[in-house]
Design a protein around this ligand. Structure first.
Ligand code: TMP
Length: 208
């Protein structure tokens, strides 16, 4: 059983890396359950639509923060905890560190209050390993526009907002160096994927 989360600023490639990592771990004989946030349950996907809809430009940061926690509480109870109880490896594309990075550092809200909220939403469930796919904000946003991937309400925040998000992630790595591993995402995709696999396999060996 292991709970792994992938984090990163926009365009960091988490979503393209995840299926390949999952396939590889399954080949190694592990039972792996991939999921994503916000989303991963019917209720949470409906909340995701509200959060990301470009029509909702007037959404207040506190509304945004609470909606992410609602989506999260549901996936934790409905999906993540039961799978971990069945000894599976759960890998989530984003988890509560995204709230600390985006709603905390990005929107410059009180970090202690944000941490209390995520604790409430998750019931205190913390990942065993969190991988930051890191790259410069400008490079990530450019990747997103060039690849014409879904452009959502969050992407439309200012470059300064996204810079604070990335700086927030790097600060979180410093605060909890045992849980976090940084993988440079500004390198050829195959090289980043190989590093990702190596990091996860090493951690799994350590647990076994
Ligand atoms: P993604 O599918 O590209 O990862 O989009 C998710 C967006 O939601 C991304 O802009 C980050 C944002 N987000 C938050 O702001 N807070 C959160 O707690 C989560 C899970 C995501």
């Amino acid at each position: 059983m292991m709970f792994i989360t992938l984090e990163g600023p926009e365009g960091s490639g988490k979503t393209s890396h995840l299926p390949h990592l999952v396939e590889y771990l399954r080949e190694q004989g592990h039972v792996v359950f991939p999921t994503r946030e916000p989303g991963g349950t019917s209720i949470s996907e409906q909340i995701r639509d509200v959060l990301h809809d470009m029509k909702n430009a007037e959404m207040h940061p506190r509304t945004e923060t609470l909606l992410y926690q609602s989506a999260r509480a549901q996936i934790v109870e409905q999906v993540i905890k039961p799978r971990l109880a069945d000894k599976e490896i759960v890998i989530s594309d984003r988890y509560y560190d995204s709230t600390i990075a985006y709603q905390g550092y990005g929107h410059q809200q009180n970090l202690d209050e944000i941490r209390a909220l995520v604790k409430y939403a998750t019931g205190g469930l913390t990942p065993d390993l969190t991988i930051l796919l890191d790259l410069e904000v400008e490079v990530g946003l450019k990747r997103k526009t060039q690849n014409e991937v879904e452009w959502n309400r969050m992407d439309a925040y200012t470059v300064e907002f996204h810079r604070r998000v990335r700086a927030g992630y790097l600060e979180m790595v410093k605060q909890e160096p045992k849980r976090w591993v940084v993988v440079n995402s500004d390198q050829p995709w195959e090289a980043a994927q190989a590093e990702l696999k190596r990091v996860v396999m090493e951690r799994l060996k350590g647990e076994g």
